[in-house]
Write a protein that binds this ligand. Structure first.
Ligand code: CS2
Ligand code: MN
Length: 344
């Protein structure tokens, strides 16, 4: 297992100099943020990113994410050109020595929460999801924005994309995902890049938009869409773990033994009531997931890929990108490393 940490590039207040002082973190998870979704990532930008990271003694272990253009998810005719570009990016990443790529297939929105700085009992601030509040949110009012979301939408373009999704069923989304994978995995195999889909967060349909990467059954279906070891998963415990039916250690063992887990996101969450949750500290006793059992499952499958702590709370007065401060994620990394060492 390689412990990694997400870095949002030069504008990230959590600098590489800080990250490299976290004991046991050797890998960086990053991306190129200034290329429009759907365009190919040029070689020089990839090499520049890699050099910055390696100059600090760290590895560029994972790209999170190479985003999938909405036209691909919608199955529009323009998707062929976008998929072509996606394949070029994979070839370029491989040529630069990067071999794990994370992405997701969630329509329009990435992760969704109702509050980004909810104060927990200990005075720290966390992202939370309260079903009742999300149910009342109007995503096309133009007033909502979450850091995980594509900020390039205007009120009008958001309305337009919602209209397009009105005709897309879950089965359509499965078909569009299959179409994408059939083309991309062929290239991934050729250049040896492990593709790792991130589960939907939360793992249920939101704002009337379909979501399919949500459960063991659906992940199994996903693996079979294109039955290749390069068609794999980012097993995100905090995304899948908010429904009790998703047994994370079981999923780690099951998909791990199939050789399909290429990246682990290890974070805890506290289910507060059905359909609602808080992002707790990583420690097992603070949330609903048994983190030791999860790490034990990774140990059992002989996992040697990258793992990262996921979102952290804001503690010790830190401010910054919600979920992506330094302190609580660093505690998470060290805690996960401690569990791992204890399981040796
Ligand atoms: C991440 C996602 O911050 C997060 O929750 O796990 O934004 C993740 O990067 C994407 O869903 C993967 O494409
Ligand atoms: Mn995640």
């Amino acid at each position: 297992m390689e412990m990694t940490f997400r870095w949002y590039g030069d504008s990230d207040p959590v600098t590489l100099d800080k990250i490299r002082q976290i004991p046991g973190v050797t890998g960086i998870v990053s991306a190129i943020y200034d290329i429009p979704v759907g365009e190919a990532w040029p070689m020089d930008k990839i090499l520049e990113l890699k050099k910055k990271i390696e100059d600090k003694g760290l590895n560029l272990s994972v790209i999170e994410s190479v985003p999938v253009h909405e036209d691909i998810k919608l199955g529009k005719p323009s998707r062929d050109r976008m998929i072509e570009n996606y394949c070029t990016t994979l070839r370029n990443l491989a040529a630069a020595g990067v071999n794990v790529v994370c992405y997701n297939f969630m329509p329009v929105f990435d992760w969704t929460r109702s509050e980004l700085d909810h104060e927990l009992a200990d005075g720290s601030n966390a992202l939370i999801y309260v079903k009742e509040q999300v149910d009342k949110m109007d995503p096309i009012s133009g007033e909502l924005a979450l850091p995980g979301w594509d900020s390039s939408y205007t009120k009008e373009s958001l309305k337009a994309v919602f209209d397009e999704y009105a005709n897309i069923t879950e089965e359509d989304l499965w078909n569009n995902l299959k179409y994408f994978l059939e083309r991309v995995i062929k290239v991934a195999e050729e250049v040896k890049v492990k593709m790792a889909i991130h589960p939907d967060d939360p793992p249920w349909p939101i704002f009337g938009l379909p979501r399919i990467i949500t459960s063991k059954e659906n992940l199994e279906r996903f693996c079979k869409l294109v039955d290749s070891p390069y068609n794999g998963i980012t097993l995100c415990s905090g995304s899948l773990g908010v429904t009790k039916e998703n047994d994370i250690p079981d999923m780690v063992r099951y998909f791990g033994k199939m050789g399909r887990i290429h990246f682990g996101h290890c974070r805890n969450i506290l289910i507060t009531e059905e359909g609602s949750f808080e992002e707790s500290a990583h420690l097992s006793s603070k949330g609903s997931l048994d983190m030791r059992e999860i790490m034990k499952a990774y140990k059992e499958i002989g996992f040697d890929g990258p793992i990262r702590p996921d979102h952290g709370r804001m503690i010790w007065g830190e401010t910054g990108k919600p979920g992506y401060g330094l302190y609580d994620r660093a505690l998470g990394a060290v805690y996960l490393n401690g569990l791992w060492e204890g399981l040796e």
